[in-house]
Design a protein around this ligand. Structure first.
Ligand code: T46
Length: 133
């Protein structure tokens, strides 16, 4: 999987005088949604992630606040994406190394995932990630 294929998707936003409402249905993401989880109360200076997934695809959204996602592929390419809008989602394909950092105060990272939790799906050793075929 190449960093070049990483995409930010627009999440539909319904706006009126009462504020905004964004909605994610299955047609917004290119996989069937099997799990939703969220990261919050992340202490300043904390790094999360630091792994790749063999099969899992995910959509990350900064529901509140902001954070950076550092993505790496097995070709040695790297890209840092700042998420700070509740109607923008970062689509992370499988076999993409990710690190989450620089969480702002009150940041919430919502994750929509293509699979249920499976610890065997994680690659936590960067060298093994580079060599995995
Ligand atoms: C990812 C980033 C963005 C569960 O029991 N069920 C779950 O669905 C998840 C996601 C985690 N856990 C347990 C496993 C660990 O004992 O929660 C603990 C913390 O998980 P982890 O260290 O993997 O957290 P992060 O923030 O480093 O990574 C998580 C996701 O695991 C990962 O898929 O891409 O968020």
């Amino acid at each position: 999987m190449s960093i070049d294929t990483i995409t930010i998707i627009d999440i539909p936003k319904i706006t009126d005088v009462r504020g905004n409402l964004s909605v994610i249905e299955n047609d917004v993401v290119p996989f069937d949604i099997k799990r939703v989880y969220y990261l919050y109360d992340v202490p300043s200076g904390t790094h999360r992630g630091g792994h790749a997934h063999k099969t899992l695809q995910q959509l990350l959204i900064a529901i509140s606040g902001s954070f950076n996602v550092v993505l790496k592929d097995r070709n040695g390419q790297q890209k840092t994406i700042t998420l700070n809008k509740p109607n923008k989602g970062l689509l992370i394909p499988n076999m993409t190394w990710r690190e989450l950092e620089d969480f702002s105060s009150g940041a919430v990272c919502l994750v929509i995932a293509s699979e249920i939790y499976d610890k065997e799906d994680y690659i936590r050793d960067f060298n093994k990630f580079l060599l995995k075929r």
